[in-house]
Design a protein around this ligand. Sequence first.
Ligand SMILES: Nc1ncnc2c1ncn2[C@@H]1O[C@H](COP(=O)(O)OP(=O)(O)O)[C@@H](O)[C@H]1O
Ligand SMILES: [Mg+2]
Length: 261
Amino acid sequence: MSASLRDRGLSVVAVANQKGGVGKTSSVIQIAAGLAKRGERVLVIDGDPQGNLSLFFGPESKLDFGDLLAAFLRGTPIRLPDFLHKRVRRNLDVIPARNRNLRIELDDDDISRSAKPFADFISSVRIRYDWVLIDTSPSNSRLERLLIAASDAVIIPLEFQLFSVSGLEAVLSEVKECADEAGKEILIHSLIFTKAENRLNRVNTYRNVFSTFSIPIFEICKSEYLSRSLEKSRTIWECGPSSYAARDYARVIDKGFLELQ
Ligand SMILES: Nc1ncnc2c1ncn2[C@@H]1O[C@H](COP(=O)(O)OP(=O)(O)O)[C@@H](O)[C@H]1O
Ligand SMILES: [Mg+2]
């Protein structure tokens, strides 16, 4: 297993895949809440205008992620507390998204122009938090690129199926383009196979196929428990701390994020 994010000094992590329904939002929620439970100070940015993550935590704050980008464009000074839904859990703050029309109100040029101020904003908040986790929208858009470009590392949730290979290749080249454009390195930290079902015969084939990418792999078992707990706005740590899904996400946190080698 490669060095953890903490070992490498990387703390801003985008969770991305252009495909929807692969477990991006669920993974951000469980990882963020698990880190916060371990005493880490965590900021989550809901970068998906559909706002699923914000719905989970309740989108309370005067302003949201879209307002933040709009403020950059106007050149208005940013007061972080105005954008925060503070203490959604102990040690855990969220910048919510609730404007589904964001991409209509801000066109691609606007979003491109907010990329630099957004990256500067991330640099200024990273000193207040141990971790900044970013949920992204299921698209290859300027908005997703802005979020990836401001990150140190990317985690890619996937479903165990051969179709996921082309999706993975698309994310890898997108991250590379973002890194080149921003003139920095962005680590592809890991693949997280959500909804993994060991009883499927094909699983070993998938493991072999995806291991050729030489990216660390985590598996989260398929869990009715997890999907139901999400509907009730409860994390796996609150709803089923001894479930298999909790065990699997704990491994991502302890090995992937925190473990010192
Ligand atoms: N480990 C899991 N087991 C069962 N269902 C899951 C698991 N992880 C995610 N899901 C379900 O998959 C659906 C899509 O997840 P979501 O996190 O919203 O994906 P995305 O953000 O990539 O669109 C949700 O209904 C969620 O409850
Ligand atoms: Mg989502």
